[in-house]
Design a protein around this ligand. Structure first.
Ligand code: G6P
Length: 595
């Protein structure tokens, strides 16, 4: 989703802004632009990629103060006029904005009446005009007054030619300040500034920061507030491809490390999650899990894990639908899963739960993200920065967090529990074996890449895995894919089965095994080729399926981890075969900060 960058200091702003923008490309965007101030304001923008903007910029753009933006269209189509930065009538002010302004129509009508001229269809454009209206010698004050008129969410960066400062402000949309020596940066996300600094201030809602090369002053409701810089532990290398062709492949390959790090961190934590007593409430406790996208699939796996290990009712719902459901106050615990900690629907759900008195645990990968500030408790996953739009290692890390929340206090036989904990520690090695054998999966993917429609089926714990396999395939290869509970295929999708629609079946040696075998036979009888994921050593499924992919033997409880890694590789290599832009799929964004 939209990305903001800003620079003020002793160096030329242009190359720094372009580099920071390139580092934000992973968030997804359709247009981009920069504004540089230095003896006049120079604004360049278009509905193009950052590299194309870099190539079409005039040679002479000088100035040590600038802002930049990658836009993901909401109000108005992707076009040069709608791209940010936006300006005022004097041509001195430039603004970049993420978020949505709900009352922009009224504000715009009023400003037009007052003589302001607009040149885009965006909601953002009211901001520079409001700042122009209120400017009386103090830019920070004018921005504060302008934002006071606005209803909605925003992260903004503002500059004015002739004023040697950058203004940054946020409300329900992420924004950080990168603190350098004699220079400072603004960005939507940490990876944008890692080339320059690892000291970061996380702005909070309603903060307005006045930034110069030498310092940062943050105010809230007119009062100065202290915001300490944090040292970021991610390195530049973490946010780079490290020799892999795509971030997605690198991130898939990082999963053994992610699992290991996660287990180590949870083992050495001062307070174990079982101390929280979340799942020890016996039959009276119930749990609600909310998330979006891939995180929702992790939540669905979590439902099966927790119901299985605690025999308590667990509901998993889409955060985007939660607002339309009834009262939640009767619930004893909610878990919201969000990799970025910034997904608008997840944040809205957390606020509602809190207002209804329901305690919320957030599972997230991003320290200091918005979700962490509104949660009662936070469980951090240890995935490191995930750049590819398609979530892979963050999902695995979420599953690890769920296993680790559940296992220590699971209501199961002690010997079984210890056995499961032992197995958990062996998972990195097993995932590594899948990765070592990826060539075979790539061959299956080359077959899948020929089709236009693919079904994924599973039961129990592997039903959400089927959903995730289908999501991965459709988002990066653009092949139509659907995930189904295997028992549901006969209630409609059978009509679509034929030699042109292969089915990927997830077969695990648990209570679902026999039913899955039956389902595979039903699918075969209707002409669809079947690729089955089976535990190594299984030679029964091979007799009914067209081909099999063997996965290392794990306790069925952990089958979602190994099966998902296989499906990630299947999607990756199918997309590669089709020549798709794997890390930045069309129309998608990494962090969806609008409802
Ligand atoms: C976007 C991303 C997905 C992600 C989803 C939820 O759609 O492309 O990869 O699963 O948002 O994001 P979250 O940060 O809340 O987990």
């Amino acid at each position: 989703m939209c990305g903001i960058v800003g620079y003020i200091g002793e160096r030329q702003a242009r190359p720094i802004l372009l580099n920071c923008l390139a580092r934000l490309e992973y968030r997804g965007y359709d247009s981009c632009g920069i504004a540089v101030a230095g003896g006049g304001l120079q604004v360049h923008k278009d509905a193009v990629r950052v590299q194309a903007l870099r190539e079409q910029l005039p040679r002479r753009i000088e100035g040590k103060l600038g802002i930049g933006h990658t836009r993901w269209a909401t109000h108005g189509a992707p076009s040069r006029a709608n791209a940010h930065p936006h300006g005022d009538c004097t041509g001195r002010i430039a603004v970049v904005h993420n978020g949505v302004i709900h009352n922009f129509q009224q504000l715009r009508q009023q400003l037009v009446k007052e003589g302001h001229k607009f040149s885009s269809e965006t909601d953002t454009e009211v901001i520079p005009h409001l700042i122009e209206k209120y400017f009386d010698g103090d830019l920070g004050e004018a921005v504060a007054k302008a934002l006071n008129d606005i209803e909605g969410s925003y992260a903004v960066a503002v500059l004015m030619d002739g004023v040697p400062e950058l203004i940054a402000a946020r409300k329900e949309s992420p924004l950080i300040i990168g603190v350098g020596d004699g220079e400072n940066f603004i960005a939507s996300d940490v990876p944008a500034v890692l080339d320059y600094t690892s000291r970061v201030i996380y702005l909070e809602d309603d903060d307005i920061a006045v930034i110069t090369g030498e310092g940062v002053q943050v105010k809230r409701n007119g009062e100065a507030v202290a915001r300490k810089p944090h040292q970021v532990t991610w390195s530049v290398e973490d946010a780079q491809k490290g020799g892999y062709e795509h971030f997605m492949l690198k991130e898939i390959h990082e999963q053994p490390r992610v699992i290991r790090d996660t287990i180590r961190a949870y083992l050495t934590a001062d307070e174990t999650m079982s101390d929280w007593g979340v799942f020890q409430k016996g039959d009276s406790g119930d749990v609600l899990m909310l998330a979006c996208g891939t995180s929702y699939h992790a939540a669905l796996v979590g439902k099966y894990i927790l119901e299985g290990l605690f025999k308590i009712p667990v509901r998993a719902e889409l955060a985007s639908e939660f607002g339309y459901l009834g009262q939640s106050s009767a619930r004893s615990q909610a878990i919201v899963i969000t990799q970025s900690g910034e997904t608008a629907d997840a944040l809205k759900a957390i606020k509602r739960l809190r207002s209804e008195g329901c305690p919320v645990i957030v599972i997230t990968n991003v320290v200091g993200s918005s979700a962490t500030r509104v949660a009662d408790r936070v469980v951090y996953t240890m995935a490191g920065p995930e750049i590819s739009v398609a979530a892979t290692k963050s999902y695995t890390a979420q599953l690890m967090a769920l296993y680790w929340m559940a296992l220590p206090s699971a209501k199961i036989d002690l010997r079984r529990r210890d056995g499961l904990v032992m197995e958990l520690r062996q998972l990195p090695g097993k995932v590594q074996r899948i990765l070592d054998d990826e060539e075979k999966i790539a061959q299956h993917a080359a077959q899948i890449a020929k089709y236009n429609s693919v079904f994924f089926i599973g039961r129990g714990l592997n039903y959400p895995v089927a959903l995730e396999g289908a999501l991965k395939l459709k988002e990066i290869s653009y092949i139509h894919a659907e995930g189904y509970a295997a028992g549901e295929l006969k209630h409609g999708p059978f009509a679509l089965l034929s030699g042109e629609a292969p089915v990927v079946a997830l077969v695990t040696p648990d209570a679902t095994y026999d039913a899955m075998l039956t389902n595979i036979k039903e699918v075969k009888a209707r002409g669809s080729p079947v690729i089955a994921l089976v535990e190594e050593g299984d030679d029964v499924v091979a007799e009914v399926a067209d081909s099999v992919i063997s996965v290392p033997k794990v306790d069925p409880l952990f089958s979602p981890v190994v099966n998902t890694v296989v499906l990630q590789l299947l999607a990756y290599y199918a997309a590669r075969e089709r020549g798709c832009p794997i890390d930045f799929p069309r129309n998608l964004a990494k962090s969806v900060t609008v409802e």
